[in-house]
Design a protein around this ligand. Structure first.
Ligand code: OOG
Ligand code: NI
Length: 302
């Protein structure tokens, strides 16, 4: 994913991807293997289906704050998703033009956590008394990109992190990782024959030693069968907390999506197929399992 930097959105997306690529070893590992095998001619041939972010559902933060950035760049808010067990709400946003990724943003229903977990979250976030996005000049791509890398709250102690982790893996992830890009997603259906089904692509991933999330099965399939998704499992990273202790914790991962052609466009010849002819949006049951790509159960399990 690389844009020409003709507008602030290009600058923001390039910067997000650069930080993510440097941190998540599987990103370059997969790109390099695709180049070596001649599946793509350059990194730019890899189509990015969507990117995802995680937020805390509290005043001045959460989706209501975060979405202002991408709405300013022409993104449109679309469907709502609810994850009861994980205590999450989410929306997806459609891009301003073909070639830009969709965005999936989720938010923790903080009020549904135990008092102990809420106290930890509020201890770090209560100093935020106004929406930090309101203070940004979003026409300045560098300023918006820097905001997405900037910690909005202090680091917790390792003990507080553990308390959150025991109750909500998502809460622990956000407290430490904040607005870091959670994943980018390779559009599998855009690749050449031999690699453009999720079965074939997952075989390729296994052959290069990439570990996949197997919660609910390695391939997650929507009810209409038209959206199929797989994802890697996050690596563990050394994280130092405010008490000076270091723990190995989850970071970001990579996702793979195969969007099939909608029945009403099934008659179109392959050369005429555009992204708009394929299944759009997301699927609650797929997403519910993909969240677990950063969960201890997936990282420690085999
Ligand atoms: C998002 C998980 C859901 C999808 O494509 O359905 C998702 C996350 O892990 O924050 O990415
Ligand atoms: Ni995703």
């Amino acid at each position: 994913m690389h844009f020409e930097e003709n507008n602030p959105l290009d600058i923001v997306l390039n910067d997000l991807f650069e930080h993510y690529r440097k941190n998540v070893a599987d990103v370059d590992k997969i790109s390099k293997a695709l180049l070596d095998k001649g599946v793509v001619q350059s990194q730019d041939d890899i189509v990015n289906d969507h990117i995802a972010f995680r937020t805390l559902g509290i005043p001045n933060l959460g989706i209501a704050s975060f979405e202002k950035i991408f709405k300013a760049y022409g993104y449109v808010k679309r469907d709502y998703y609810y994850f009861e067990g994980k205590k999450l709400d989410a929306y997806w946003f459609s891009p301003p033009a073909e070639g830009y990724p969709r965005i999936f943003v989720s938010e923790l229903r903080v009020k549904e956590l135990s008092q102990a977990a809420q106290d930890i979250i509020y201890k770090y976030t209560s100093p935020i008394t106004s929406d930090p996005v309101d203070d940004l000049d979003l026409s300045n791509g560098q300023e918006a990109a820097a905001f997405l890398q900037k910690p909005l709250w202090g680091l917790p102690t390792s003990e507080e992190y553990q308390t959150l982790l025991n109750e909500s893996e998502y809460a622990a992830w956000v407290i430490y990782n904040r607005y870091y890009l959670n994943h980018y997603t390779i559009s599998i259906h855009e690749l050449k024959d031999g690699y453009n089904t999720l079965e074939e692509f997952n075989d390729f991933l296994l052959s290069i030693g990439v570990k996949l999330n197997n919660s609910g099965g390695v391939i997650k399939t929507s009810d209409d069968k038209l959206l199929r998704q797989s994802s890697t499992v996050s690596a563990l990273y050394d994280a130092t907390f405010s008490d000076g202790k270091t723990l190995k914790i989850a970071g970001s991962y990579v996702e793979f999506a195969e969007r099939s052609v909608l029945p009403e466009f099934a008659h179109l010849p392959k050369e005429e197929l555009r992204p708009k002819h394929r299944r759009d949006g997301f699927e609650t049951n797929n997403a519910d399992k993909i969240f677990e790509s950063t969960y201890t159960t997936q990282i420690k399990g085999s």
